[in-house]
Design a protein around this ligand. Structure first.
Ligand code: CA
Ligand code: CA
Length: 131
């Protein structure tokens, strides 16, 4: 990772991020588990990557009958460019490379609630892009 990239991915408060000229602030609020099937044994281990850098991860999560238990808090803000990619993968503890679930490209501003899914797992990522 270059020094420039490290600077881009430093965690910021929303106020700090808003003070940076150009680009935008990405706030990631929650990850909702809709379907967990990426592993034969145990729950999913989702990783969220922002432009290739891991920004959040969860271990061994399984679907619950209580809808509230399927929503996981992220609650972090990041400085981003005008366009950026978010990818969700399932981590496999180093036994094999993480399994990609889906990648989405974002631009513009506003709230979003995006489904990331493949044939095994499905997630809804919610947040906001602030100018
Ligand atoms: Ca897996
Ligand atoms: Ca896994």
């Amino acid at each position: 990772m270059t020094k420039q990239n490290q600077a881009l991915f430093t965690k910021l408060t929303p106020e700090q991020a808003a003070a940076i000229e150009g680009g935008a602030t990405l706030r990631l609020d929650t990850l909702r588990l809709n379907r967990a099937g990426s592993d034969d044994i145990g729950g999913d281990d989702p990783i969220i990557r922002l432009n290739g850098n891991t920004v959040a991860s969860f271990r061994d999560i399984i679907i619950s009958n209580n809808p509230a238990d399927n929503i996981f808090s992220i609650d972090q803000s990041f400085a981003v460019g005008d366009t950026f990619d978010i990818q969700i993968l399932d981590d496999d503890d180093g036994f094999s490379a993480p399994d990609p679930i889906e990648t989405r490209t974002y631009s513009g501003t506003g709230t979003f609630s995006s489904i990331f899914s493949n044939e095994f797992s499905s997630y809804t990522l919610s947040g906001e892009i602030l100018p």
